[in-house]
Ligand binder design. Structure first.
Ligand SMILES: C[S@@+](CC[C@H](N)C(=O)[O-])C[C@H]1O[C@@H](n2cnc3c(N)ncnc32)[C@H](O)[C@@H]1O
Length: 179
């Protein structure tokens, strides 16, 4: 949702991130948001939407790399970008839960931060996420600024943006490159 992407973008700016690796692109709201704000985006998706990907490539060209593959396989590429001196962040929106956390742990040495979507209080992995020092989007989502950003946005499965924010909370975990 817009407030979560804005919340994440503020951290990306403070951390001087240049390149965002994403897993779980689907209809590409996140990919488009990040590319629009000038980030290089390398995006993994196991089930890409052909039309959506074609539009992204038309609009953003070489700024976005769209990979038809399991995001669990991103570690080597992230490591190579790190070795080239890039400031990296990762956004995981598939895989979810414990698989996302497992991937986050493997990526931590090479990145400034890892954001994980859908890490709500009832998610079985939430406690482990807390133990990794995570912060969560919910306060920002429910602030006047967040609510204003979400005003024109609607995710049909949920009764309101506030419910979405509680059920689909975004977590942010520091990587070892955090400063
Ligand atoms: C909620 S959608 C992503 C929404 C997208 N981030 C956006 O902002 O519009 C989740 C997507 O993750 C993909 N997915 C699930 N597991 C994955 C994996 N291990 N690697 C890559 N993509 C995965 C699914 O195919 C699905 O399209």
């Amino acid at each position: 949702m817009p407030s979560q992407l804005e919340w994440l973008t503020q951290y990306l700016g403070r951390q001087h991130v240049e390149h965002v690796y994403e897993s779980g692109r689907a209809n590409a709201m996140s990919t488009q948001w990040l590319a629009h704000y000038g980030y290089r985006v390398t995006s993994y998706e196991t089930n890409p939407v052909v039309d959506v990907d074609a539009k992204l490539l038309e609009q953003y060209g070489a700024t976005v790399s769209l990979i038809h593959s399991d995001g669990m396989l991103m570690v080597q590429r992230v490591q190579n970008s790190f070795a080239c001196g890039e400031r990296i962040a990762v956004l995981l929106d598939g895989p979810k839960g414990s698989r996302a956390l497992m991937l986050a742990k493997r990526l931590q040495p090479f990145v400034a931060l890892v954001a994980i979507h859908d890490m709500d209080v009832k998610q079985p992995s939430r406690k482990r996420c807390d133990n990794m020092g995570a912060v969560y989007s919910q306060d920002f989502d429910e602030s006047p600024e967040g609510m204003e950003l979400n005003a024109g946005w609607w995710e049909g499965t949920y009764s309101s943006p506030l419910e979405y924010s509680r059920v689909c909370t975004m977590a942010l975990i520091r990587g070892e490159q955090w400063r």
